[in-house]
Design a protein around this ligand. Structure first.
Ligand code: MN
Length: 227
């Protein structure tokens, strides 16, 4: 096999305690998975099955800096627990789902909220709002063998030292195992897939110069400067 030009690199993330990296295949995201966030976005959390969208693997950026993107005047932070899969398949049972979870990370689903609002209004896809360059700052992956499968614990985000998002993983409407099961009914999951599991209430705009500090209890901390 030869290529007409060099193929794109394979995005990967460090794994805590390992010398190998985690090669990323796909990045799925869950919408409105915390009741208070669904309400703040104008929806009734009781009426909605989970829904999904995607970011691109090469949108991931390991911590440090988030360049304020173009084509927007309203970029929001969404702090999320990320689950990293080392297994996969289709129609995975809820009871077996966590066997496919290799580990966890802390991620930011940065969102061009103005473009998302426009897309919603016109019934258009969300890629322009969600899948832009460096839209997914993330930490290293912490293996489940070290921390288990977090089902409760604080998930927070501060901007310039001020707490903006504060929730608990136990408030997730759809739990990690249920998300994997639902998603595997729609797509064939595979090793290397990441799933961003939704954000608690308190999303809001960022500006150049802001310092974001996110954390998920038992998983990690993510510090990002908006530049
Ligand atoms: Mn999100």
């Amino acid at each position: 096999m030869t290529y007409a030009f060099p193929p794109a690199w394979i995005p990967s993330l460090p794994i805590r305690g390992a010398s190998e990296e985690f090669p990323v295949r796909r990045v799925y995201c869950v919408g409105r998975n915390y009741a208070e966030h669904a309400v703040e976005m104008g929806h009734d959390p009781d009426k909605e099955p989970p829904f999904f969208f995607q970011k691109n693997p090469d949108n991931l950026v390991l911590g440090a800096e988030f360049p304020y993107p173009g084509a927007t005047k309203d970029v929001h932070h969404e702090i999320e627990l990320v689950v990293a899969l080392s297994g996969g398949g289709t129609d995975i049972a809820v009871e077996a789902a966590l066997e496919h979870a290799f580990g966890y990370a802390v991620g930011l689903d940065m969102t061009r909220r103005d473009l998302q609002a426009g897309a919603k209004k016109l019934g258009r896809p969300w890629e322009v709002a969600k899948a832009f360059e460096k839209s997914a700052p993330i930490t290293e992956i912490v293996p489940a063998t070290a921390i288990g499968h977090p089902a409760s614990g604080a998930i927070t985000l501060s901007v310039n030292g001020e707490l903006r998002q504060a929730g608990d993983l136990s408030q997730m409407i759809w739990k990690t195992a249920e998300i994997i099961a639902h998603l595997s009914a729609l797509f064939e999951l595979a090793p290397g897939d990441l799933i961003m599991t939704g954000t608690p209430a308190g999303v809001g705009p960022v500006a150049r110069g802001d310092r974001l500090e996110g954390s998920v209890e038992g998983v990690g901390r993510l510090a990002v400067a908006v530049v």
